[in-house]
Design a protein. Structure first.
Length: 178
């Protein structure tokens, strides 16, 4: 047990700057009345959701200073036979469209941290000025539910206290239980 604790601590200390998104689960669907806050848009996040056609997940972003960040959607390659595909729209707080994305031009992507293969939208680089934004993720086509991942941000960092959560989240992702 002591050896396990030493290994986890050594890994945690070395993981202050990791090459991965911080995984979070959307608990889909999430309506506008209960949005998922993206607390630090510069940090690299991966939000995992599971939607049926007609359902939505809503995210909010508050930007204090201007920032440029990549943004994309992914579908687990194990779900490629499901014709449902997510789409996303980013708007200002006033509802003005800023960016949209979908899977019209998808590509394959291997994520080494979780060791998963995905279909991915091309990256969109968002230039966000100070203010509040809203992202809405929905599902198009098909009649079955579909899992998705929304990735946003660039700064790959984890606090020491986040390491146990991240390890558990990676296990959940790998076991297909998200």
């Amino acid at each position: 047990m002591l050896l396990l604790a030493v290994l986890v601590l050594a890994g945690a200390l070395g993981a202050q700057r990791a090459c991965a998104h911080d995984p979070r689960f959307a608990c889909s669907p999430r309506p506008a009345s209960s949005p998922i806050p993206i607390t630090d848009v510069a940090k690299s996040w991966a939000f995992y959701g599971h939607l049926r056609p007609g359902e939505r997940d809503v995210y909010t972003i508050d930007v204090a200073t201007g920032v440029r960040v990549p943004w994309n959607l992914l579908v687990d390659a194990r779900d490629a036979a499901n014709p449902a595909r997510p789409f996303a729209t980013l708007t200002t707080a006033a509802g003005t469209p800023v960016a949209r994305m979908d899977f019209r031009r998808s590509e394959t992507f291997y994520e080494p941290f979780s060791r998963e293969h995905y279909l991915s939208t091309p990256d969109v680089t968002l230039t966000l000025q100070p203010g509040r934004y809203r992202i809405e993720v929905g599902m198009r086509a098909g009649d079955q539910p579909q899992r998705y991942t929304m990735a946003i941000g660039t700064e790959e960092r984890f606090a020491l206290t986040e390491i146990p959560y991240v390890l558990g989240a990676v296990h959940r992702i790998r076991s297909r239980n998200y």
